[in-house]
Design a protein. Structure first.
Length: 129
């Protein structure tokens, strides 16, 4: 179980690093992984949204929730994702990154000039994908 948990988190990290939104500090929509690299981390990865992206994190988080991706938000600009070894598959890790990408693509298209997403779904601190 421990080995599978590490593999799930490693897969999530690799897919996030391959995202077109990873490490874009000069863009409105982008994130970086602020969790220490293995072996100093657990199963959770924290994504910090760029300083230029005021308000992007809450809107992206809401869009993720509406698409079925449950994470944990930390104001003002962090989303935490944690694969649950007993429940998540590698396919679901890939789907989670696809959902995040879709949420960020929508944010990039609409930006803060569009209607701000309503926060009608509240996630607890489960941290599950």
């Amino acid at each position: 179980m421990v080995a599978k948990g590490r593999q799930l988190t490693d897969t999530l990290e690799s897919l996030l690093k391959a995202s077109k939104y990873h490490n874009r500090p000069d863009q409105q929509v982008g994130f970086r992984i602020i969790t220490p690299a293995a072996p100093w981390r657990g199963s959770q990865l924290s994504l910090s949204f760029t300083p230029l992206s005021k308000g992007v994190m809450p809107r992206a988080f809401s869009r993720m929730l509406k698409r079925g991706l449950v994470g944990d938000e930390r104001q003002p600009n962090v989303i935490r994702l944690t694969p649950a070894v007993l429940y998540n598959t590698f396919e679901e890790i890939g789907k989670a990154v696809e959902i995040l990408e879709a949420a960020l693509e929508e944010e990039e298209r609409e930006g803060s000039s569009g209607t701000e997403a309503k926060r009608d779904i509240v996630a607890g601190d489960s941290g599950q994908l």
